[in-house]
Ligand binder design. Structure first.
Ligand code: HEC
Ligand code: HEC
Length: 393
């Protein structure tokens, strides 16, 4: 079994090496350089894992580098604790803050599932050094790899012939190029069927249209209350499918995550333990306690979601029908999601009161039955599939 996994990993890396040159498409010189860095499998320790290994366009700009556990495998073959997120459409994420929304103080923004990175450069840096991901020891090591890469001359042409002689400056330039690529139009193309629909250039099928209506209906699926969409604006950038808000949905525990082998390990999102730098405590406004956000994770954008191999912060779901069924039946059929006790199983009892119950589809008593019928779940999934870029190509 172990050998099989290793072999699979190797085949995957080889496949990636063959595919990566085809993936690097960007417009300006610095964006092209950023794409080359993003796709470079030599930038990990040991070599083999690029940013793109966990952020593949054909996996919805996410993907877990050959791991089937719902969380990615890093360069040392170690599994992480969280599912990958989309690197695309992340560039417009505002910095982490507490804002007032619908009369309530709510945390919002920041990168990663717990919003702990304010800038794309910080996010990139954390991946380059995380021992469970790219595992570099220091900036100088990363710079040395770029200096001996096929695109080293391109890097010098952009940042100066002597750039590699000052590793700290060169490292900042690496982060700058990565950021330019992530902010480029290649990473926010807005070319989905939904985008063409709002531009008046495509028609939704009957099922997709029903799905959109359910998605936006505050009494039914109500997805848009957290994943906003603006079908009346012709500008796709007005439909972000996230307000970057944080919620505890009561997502089931993923027992395939090695850290979860310890029954007292809980990923509490905004309350840590991953988010310890910076800890949230210092930033919490008056009249708000950090405890009320334990178990809360950031709402991701749903653009290209149908291509992702795993869903939610812990990757516990593997297909969209399960995700939407969870929303529809969390209250009516808890045993399906949490086992025989039927009690949310990835959050300590002390924080279960944080789980969203105040709005559809989560505001129903168990006796009211599912919020959506199986046919309606199918319609919502059909709508989610219209968010995949490259429509008509
Ligand atoms: C081994 C897999 C892996 C690699 C390699 C990797 N990432 Fe990630 N990426 C993740 C995971 C997992 C998360 C979520 C992290 C968290 O919540 O703690 C993430 C989150 C992100 C996000 C945040 C998206 C959002 O909306 O908040 C961005 C941006 C990103 N990665 C960019 C990069 C860049 C740039 C690189 C290369 C320097 C990279 N990633 C390398 C797995 C990976
Ligand atoms: C109360 C706010 C809220 C509502 C309502 C809501 N979502 Fe979410 N959604 C979230 C949050 C927060 C996450 C991440 C939760 C986590 O990982 O713990 C999420 C995650 C997801 C994901 C996984 C995306 C990924 O990349 O892993 C999908 C798919 C999704 N939502 C679809 C929907 C659909 C469809 C509806 C309506 C039936 C809906 N959401 C309603 C807040 C919400």
């Amino acid at each position: 079994m172990k050998t099989a996994t290793v072999k699979l990993g190797r085949t995957f890396s080889m496949l990636l090496c063959l595919l990566l040159p085809a993936l690097a498409h960007a417009e300006t010189r610095i964006e092209a350089l950023g794409a080359a860095i993003f796709n470079d499998t030599n930038l990990s320790e040991p070599a083999g894992v690029a940013c793109a290994s966990c952020h593949l366009p054909f996996a919805g700009n996410a993907g877990n580098n050959g791991s089937a556990a719902g969380v990615p495998k890093g360069s040392r073959g170690v599994l992480g604790v969280r599912n990958s997120m989309s690197s695309a459409y992340a560039a417009t994420t505002p910095s982490f803050t507490f804002h007032v929304f619908a009369g309530r103080v709510e945390p919002a923004g920041g990168l990663s599932w717990d919003g702990r990175a304010d800038k794309l450069s910080q996010q990139a840096q954390s991946h380059l050094f995380n021992p469970a991901e790219m595992n570099n020891k220091d900036a100088a090591g990363v710079v040395a790899k770029v200096a001996s890469s096929a695109y080293a001359n391109q890097f010098k042409a952009e940042f100066g012939a002597n750039i590699f002689s000052t590793p700290d400056a060169a490292f900042q330039r690496i982060l700058q190029a990565l950021t330019a690529f992530e902010a480029s139009s290649a990473q926010q193309p807005y070319t989905s069927k939904f985008d063409q629909f709002i531009r008046g250039k495509a028609t939704l099928s009957a099922a997709e249209e029903r799905g959109l209506k359910l998605f936006t209906n505050p009494q039914k699926a109500n997805c848009a209350s957290c994943h906003p969409v603006n079908p009346t604006s012709r500008n796709p950038a007005d439909s972000t499918f996230t307000r970057h808000g944080f919620f505890a949905l009561g997502v089931p525990r993923n027992t395939a995550i090695p850290a979860n082998g310890n029954p007292s390990y809980f990923d509490l999102g905004l309350c840590g333990p991953v988010r310890n730098k910076p800890a949230l405590t210092a930033e919490v406004p008056v009249n708000v306690t950090i405890e009320q956000f334990c178990g809360s994770f950031k709402t991701p954008s749903l653009r290209n979601v149908a291509l992702r191999p795993a869903f939610m912060h812990n990757g516990v779901f593997r297909n969209l029908t399960d995700v939407v069924s969870f929303y529809a039946t969390r209250n009516s059929d808890p045993v399906r999601w949490y086992g025989s006790r039927g009690v949310p199983n990835d959050l300590p009892m002390a924080y279960q009161g944080n789980i969203v119950r105040d709005r559809a589809p989560f505001n129903r008593p168990a006796s009211a039955g599912p919020a959506l019928t199986p046919a309606e779940i199918g319609d919502v999934v059909a709508f989610l599939k219209t968010l995949t870029d490259g429509y008509g190509r």
